[in-house]
Design a protein around this ligand. Sequence first.
Ligand SMILES: Nc1ncnc2c1ncn2[C@@H]1O[C@H](COP(=O)(O)OP(=O)(O)O)[C@@H](O)[C@H]1O
Ligand SMILES: [Mg+2]
Length: 404
Amino acid sequence: MLYPKQEHAIFYPRDSSGAIARFSFIEAATKTGKTVGCIAWLFEQALFAKDGNNFWWVAPVYKQAEIAFTRMKRAYPVGTFDANEGDLILKVVVSGAIIWFKSAEKPDNLYGEDVYAAVIDEASRMREESWHAIRSTLTATRGPCRFIGNVKGRKNWFYALARKAEHGEAGMAYFKILASDAVAAGVLADAEIQEAKRDLPEQVFRELYLAEPSDDGGNPFGLKAIAQCIAPMSSAAPRVWGWDLAKHVDWTVGTALDDAGRVCRHERFQLPWDATMNRIATTTGRVAALVDSTGVGDPILEMLQKNLGSKFEGYNFSSPSKQKLMEGLAVAIQQSTIKFPDGVIRSELEDFEYEYTRTGVRYSAPEGFHDDCVCSLALAVMHSSHARKPLVFSDEVMRWSAQR
Ligand SMILES: Nc1ncnc2c1ncn2[C@@H]1O[C@H](COP(=O)(O)OP(=O)(O)O)[C@@H](O)[C@H]1O
Ligand SMILES: [Mg+2]
C-alpha cells in the first residue's frame, strides 16, 4: 500500500488546472519510496496496455536499472510476467506489453522506439541528453512520465524542469516528499534520519533528507571559483601539456597551458592506439608533457619517450594519486591561477562532486559522467607551477573532517 502523498505524486498527479498531469516531477528525500511507488505505477501502466507496447524504466547507470528490474520481479507473482534476465526485460503476460530497464549512460541507445510510459529514476544524476532522447520516444504516444530523484544542486535539467512544474506549467505536476513524510507514514525510522544527520556534512544531509538543494551542488572546486577561471582560449605557445588517455568508453584529451597558466590548446578524440600515439607526439612536439601512464598508458608512454627530443613524463593513477592531482587542480581554480574556456572543460568541472567515504573526502565525477577533460587539465596543472600552494577546503568539509 502506498501512502497518500506517494500515491498522489505518482498515480494521480494534477497540474495547476486540476487536470491529470502527463509529467510528474518528484523531488524527494532518500528512502521515501520513490522507486517502489514508480515500480507499481509502471507495472500497472503495462498491465492495461496493448500487446507489444513498450514501457521504459531508465536509470543513470546499468547497475541501478538492474536493481529496479530485480525489485519489480520480486514485487509480482510468478506467472504474471516473463523475464529476460540478460536484457533486463519483463513481458507482462496478460497484456503482452514489454517493460525495459535501461541505463542512460549512452543517450544514443535511448532513441528509436515508441514508448507508452516511462520512469526516470535518479533524474538529478542523469545527463540532459538522456532526457532529450527519452522525450523523443514519448512524443508519438503522448506517453506519461514520472521523474524521481534527490535534489542535487541547482545546475541540472531536473531542477530546472521541477521549477517549471512547480510554477504551474500545464501538463506538469510537482511534488516534494521529505524524510519526515516517510516517517509519518511509518516506512522510515526517525532514528535513521538522526543518524544520517550526525554522520553527514550539513549540505549533504539537507539535499538527501530535506530535499533542499545546496548552492554549490556539493562541487569540490566551487561553482563561483570555476566561473572566475573562464577566459577565452589563449593563442600563446604551450608551455606544458597534460594528456589523459582513453580507457574503455571515454576520450583521449590533451590540454596545454601557456606561460600565464591559460589553456591555449585543447584536444579531444577517440582513435586506435597507434593513431592516438602519433597524434599526441606531433601535437606535443618538444613541450614538456605529463601523460596518464595507468594500465595501457604505460607502453604508450614508453613509446612516446623513444621519440628523440620528446619530454614525456608519466603519472600513474591510483586512488590517492588521483586525489592529489585533483587537489592541485582545486588550488589552481580556487586561486584563479589558471584560465580555461567555457564549454566541455567547465561542464565536466561543474559536474564533479564530493564523495564521502569512511576514510575521507574524495573528488569524483558522478557515475556515468566523463572526467577526462578534468584529468587532462589537472595533469597539465601538476606539471606546471600553478598548483604549489596549500589547498583551501570549504568550511563545510573542514567542519565535517573535524568531526571525524
Ligand atoms: N508505502 C510503503 N509501504 C511500505 N514500505 C514502503 C513504502 N514505500 C517505501 N517503502 C519501503 O521503503 C524503502 C525505501 O523505498 P525506495 O522506493 O527504495 O525509496 P527511494 O527510491 O525513495 O530511495 C524500501 O524498503 C521500500 O520497500
Ligand atoms: Mg530509489
